[in-house]
Ligand binder design. Structure first.
Ligand SMILES: [Zn+2]
Length: 244
C-alpha cells in the first residue's frame, strides 16, 4: 500500500526542486555533523512518515552478535583494521529495503559513506521503485563548538548543564547536590573540533556527489533553531518537493 501524502505535482515554479512522485516511496538520506541534532530529526521523520530507519551499523552489529557468515567476515575485517567492503554494505541495504516494511519508504542511517556507495544507493533505490531525498542539516561549526563545549555534567548525579541554554544557579556547581561540574571527554574543544573535521572530510564528497547528481537535496539550517523548528522547516521542504 502506498502512502497518499500531499497533492500531485504540477504547480511547481521553475526554481522548485524536481517533483517527488507521491505514488513512490521516499528513500531519505540524512546528513548532519556531530551536534547538529541529526538523531532527533531522524526520530521525528520516522514518527511523521511512519517509515523505518535503517542503520547499516546496527545491521552489522546484529550479524556479529549472531556470529553468522557475514558477522564473522566483518569481525575479521575489523580485526585486520580494514573497512567493511562496499559490496557487503550495499548487499545488506539491498536485502533490507526489499522487505515489506519499506514499501512506503525508509530512512538510511550511516549509508552511503562513500561516493561509490552513493552511486550504488541511487541504483538500489530506483530498483526498489523509490525516490531519494537527501537532507543536509547545515550548521555553523562555531555555534556547534560553543554549544558542545558549553556542556557540563555533574559527576555525582549525572545532571547535564549548558553554560548557554541551561546554566546552573551557581557557575560550575550542581544545583541538586553542590558537586563541582566537569567537562566530559567528548565535549572538550579539541575533541569536538577533531570530530567535526573528520565528519567534514568524510561527508563533503558525498554532499558534492548529491549536488551534482540529484536535484532532491534539501539543505536546512540547523544551527540556530530548536529541534522542533528545524523539523518544521524539513517538513515544509519535503512537502514542497512533494508538490503539495
Ligand atoms: Zn549533581
Amino acid at each position: 500500500m502506498k502512502a497518499e501524502k500531499g497533492t500531485p505535482a504540477g504547480a511547481l515554479s521553475p526554481d522548485s526542486p524536481a517533483a517527488l512522485d507521491t505514488s513512490r516511496a521516499r528513500a531519505i538520506v540524512l546528513f548532519g555533523s556531530p551536534g547538529s541534532g541529526k538523531g532527533t530529526q531522524s526520530k521525528y521523520l520516522v514518527e511523521w512518515l511512519g517509515i523505518p530507519q535503517i542503520s547499516t551499523g546496527d545491521m552489522l552489529r546484529d550479524h556479529m552478535r549472531r556470529g553468522d557468515a557475514i558477522g564473522l567476515s566483518v569481525t575479521d575485517r575489523m580485526r585486520a583494521g580494514s573497512l567493511v567492503s562496499d559490496e557487503l554494505v550495499n548487499e545488506l541495504v539491498r536485502e533490507r529495503i526489499s522487505e515489506p516494511d519499506c514499501d512506503n519508504g525508509f530512512i538510511l542511517d550511516g549509508y552511503p559513506r562513500t561516493p561509490a556507495q552513493a552511486e550504488e544507493m541511487l541504483r538500489l533505490v530506483a530498483e526498489r521503485g523509490a525516490e531519494e531525498v537527501v537532507i543536509h542539516l547545515v550548521v555553523d561549526y562555531n555555534v556547534i563548538i560553543s554549544r558542545m563545549t558549553g556542556r557540563r555534567v555533574c559527576p555525582k548525579c549525572g545532571t547535564l548543564y549548558n553554560s548557554v541554554s541551561r546554566p546552573p544557579k551557581i557557575e560550575g556547581i550542581c544545583d541538586l547536590d553542590g558537586t563541582a561540574l566537569v567537562v566530559r571527554e567528548d565535549d572538550r574543544e579539541d575533541v569536538v573540533r577533531r570530530r567535526l573535521a573528520e565528519y567534514e572530510r568524510q561527508t563533503q564528497p558525498l554532499i558534492d556527489f548529491f549536488r551534482r547528481s540529484s536535484r532532491r537535496l534539501i539543505e536546512v539550517d540547523a544551527s540556530h533553531d530548536k529541534p522542533e523548528a528545524v523539523f518544521r522547516k524539513i517538513q515544509a521542504r519535503l512537502e514542497s518537493v512533494n508538490g503539495g
